[in-house]
Ligand binder design. Structure first.
Ligand code: SF4
Length: 316
């Protein structure tokens, strides 16, 4: 598997003039920050499945529960064409090792969740994923997806980045085969990270690993992946992070003097109140983890993310 992180992007968001009216919707964060740390795989589903520029806008129509992709004015039905193309392309994306997707908000093809879907009975449209995104998520439910709009929100952006890097590590793990020993090691190194997102999910994952035997490794891997990525979709809020940081601080109960303890707890509290970034208590904990030799803490991805992940997480 390639070491570089690959992310699929709606081509118009990557700055390509592929929209129906020959415009683009370049996303500055994508072009100026994310591009320095990951490799993009730009895709325009409408162009790729044979439509030109300029072209007629599309809309999704809910035909008794079956969503179809239809030309806005002509009524031309592109459902079969787009579906056939997508199934072929999605297999290619698997081979490329794409670990996430940034998709254009509101698009009938690419939206994550805000595309209009028009009922045939004249009722107002409801919102749902774009036609390509629905196929993408059916094909790989674990794949992190985010809208270009959500990248402007620090919490949603960090959640996406975390999931992309965890998926990259997950793929590296599974590429080596299915071994419960390596799964336990993977889980151990992600414990703090998972707890920061979902304490209940963290406990469920621990219970699941307790059920592993020599004979059920594949089932455990499948269940673990589903539970893990479900947990990581939950937001790591300041109060959840504070709990994880305080738990980690407990590892130094006997090492730190009163002043150092006060300083560490002050950093955690300042973070929880939004006065300093997460990096401040994390850096302090890392310092003590190395000084007092706490391998459980030094190996945590929560405290020591991959270098590119760290830079992206600390981008203001
Ligand atoms: S939103 Fe998707 S289909 Fe529309 S122009 Fe952008 S990449 Fe192409």
């Amino acid at each position: 598997m390639s070491d570089s992180i690959k992310i699929g992007v709606s081509a118009c968001v990557a700055g390509e003039r592929v929209r129906f009216d020959r415009t683009h919707r370049r996303n500055a964060y994508l072009a100026e920050t994310l591009a320095k740390h990951v490799e993009f795989v730009p895709i325009c589903p409408e162009i790729a499945c044979g439509m030109g520029i300029p072209r007629e806008p599309l809309r999704q129509v809910d035909c008794a529960g079956e969503i179809r992709l239809i030309g806005y004015e002509s009524g031309k039905d592109l459902t079969a064409k787009m579906t056939k193309w997508a199934h072929r392309v999605l297999k290619g994306l698997d081979k490329e090792g794409v670990c996430g997707f940034v998709l254009r908000v509101h698009s009938p093809s690419c939206a994550v969740s805000k595309a209009r879907i028009h009922p045939t009975d004249g009722k107002p449209p409801h919102l749902g994923p774009g036609f390509f995104t629905r196929l993408l998520q059916e094909h790989d439910p674990l794949l992190p997806v985010v809208s270009s709009e959500a990248l402007q929100n620090a919490v949603l952006r960090e959640n996406f980045i975390r999931r992309v890097f965890v998926l990259h590590r997950w793929r590296a793990l599974t590429a080596k085969g299915v071994s419960i020993g390596s799964l336990v090691d993977f889980h151990t190194r992600h414990k703090m990270l998972i707890r920061a997102h979902d304490l209940r999910g963290y406990r469920e994952l621990g219970r699941l690993l307790g059920e592993s035997t020599l004979h059920n490794a594949e089932t455990i891997f499948d269940k673990y992946a589903t539970l893990l990525f479900k947990s990581l979709t939950l937001k790591a809020t300041p109060s959840k992070n504070r709990d994880v940081l305080s738990h980690a601080a407990g590892y130094f109960k006997k090492d730190l003097d009163a002043e150092d303890k006060r300083e560490l707890h002050a950093a955690i509290t300042a973070y929880a109140k939004g006065k300093v970034p997460l990096l401040v208590p994390v850096t302090l904990l890392n310092h003590y983890a190395r000084k007092y030799r706490r391998p459980y803490l030094t190996q945590q991805y929560y405290l020591n993310p991959d270098p590119a992940e760290l830079q992206l997480l600390n981008h203001a």
